[in-house]
Design a protein around this ligand. Structure first.
Ligand code: SAM
Length: 257
């Protein structure tokens, strides 16, 4: 990872990647929500080029690819996720048009105006919402779409405990209105935005971690880094349950002017 990109926590990154490689997806979301976001994207056909940035093992990319005809490229920093991504694409017989590449979102190798759609679920925070929107724009054709989900405040004010947690984890978190303003300022027309329902966190993200935590702790008995990592994961889940009326993920869909 380039030096100016900070991860959401300061844990050992390979531990994080190993843990999350056991899950179908690495962030909150669901197939229904991926398709809802896709419903705002127009004019796709078999010649369309789509990139999924920070694709992880490709849970959402595979859903997307089963509902669009074009070429889909997933990009992620971790080879462990890209290996799984390419295996998933092959299993679904999508590998002739869906490919995963190892790369960093601050150094993408697409050509200017090559892409029809830039997709990114729960990953743009690694570069920052505003910076990602601005830097990735040149890869999009005029009239192309960007669709990203991002941690967002639902209210102007919130309890100190959750405010402090997020200021430490991702100071770029902001309100829906401010994020839409940032999108417009970056040169996109905001086409739609919607809040991801709670089941994207509770059922699709936190529930599969319960069994995995037990197994991971057993397999890494006595490993302090693993114990600390799991404790932090649990703390994050508890905070979500306590404060979910104040924040969540929002999908933002914009069209390049
Ligand atoms: N989009 C997937 C999903 O929704 O399941 C993964 C979301 S996960 C919260 C964030 C992803 O961003 C991880 O897969 C991580 O490896 C990837 N990532 C982190 N820093 C990155 C970077 N600099 N370039 C590309 N991907 C990065």
């Amino acid at each position: 990872m380039s030096e100016d990109i900070k991860s959401i926590h300061e844990f050992d990154l390979s531990l994080l990647a190993e843990y999350f490689s056991n899950l179908e997806r690495q962030g909150p979301g669901s197939p229904e929500i991926t398709l809802k976001a896709l419903s705002f994207v127009e004019n796709l056909n078999k010649d369309s080029k789509i990139a999924d940035i920070g694709c992880g093992s490709g849970g959402q990319t595979m859903v997307l690819s089963q509902h669009v005809e074009g070429q889909v490229t997933g990009v992620d920093l971790f080879p462990i996720f890209i290996d799984l991504f390419n295996k998933n694409a092959a299993k679904l017989k999508l590998d002739h048009r869906v490919k995963g590449l190892v790369g960093s979102m601050d150094n993408l190798s697409f050509r200017d105006e090559e892409l029809d759609v830039i997709w990114s679920e729960g990953a743009i925070y690694n570069i920052g919402f505003e910076r990602g929107l601005k830097e990735w724009k040149r890869f999009l054709k005029k009239g192309g779409y960007i669709a990203v989900s991002e941690a967002t405040w639902f209210t102007d004010e919130r309890p100190a405990e959750i405010e402090e947690f997020w200021q430490d984890a991702y100071p770029g978190i902001d309100t829906i209105a401010n994020k839409l303003g940032q999108m417009q300022k970056a040169g996109y027309v905001p086409v739609a935005c919607f809040i991801l329902p709670e089941n994207c966190w509770i059922e699709h993200f936190y529930a599969p971690q319960v069994e995995l935590d037990k197994r991971f702790l057993k397999e890494n008995k006595g490993n302090k880094a693993v114990e600390e990592f799991i404790a932090n994961q649990r703390h994050e889940a508890q905070l979500y349950h306590k404060y979910k009326e104040y924040y969540g993920y929002v999908f933002f869909i914009g069209k390049k002017m």
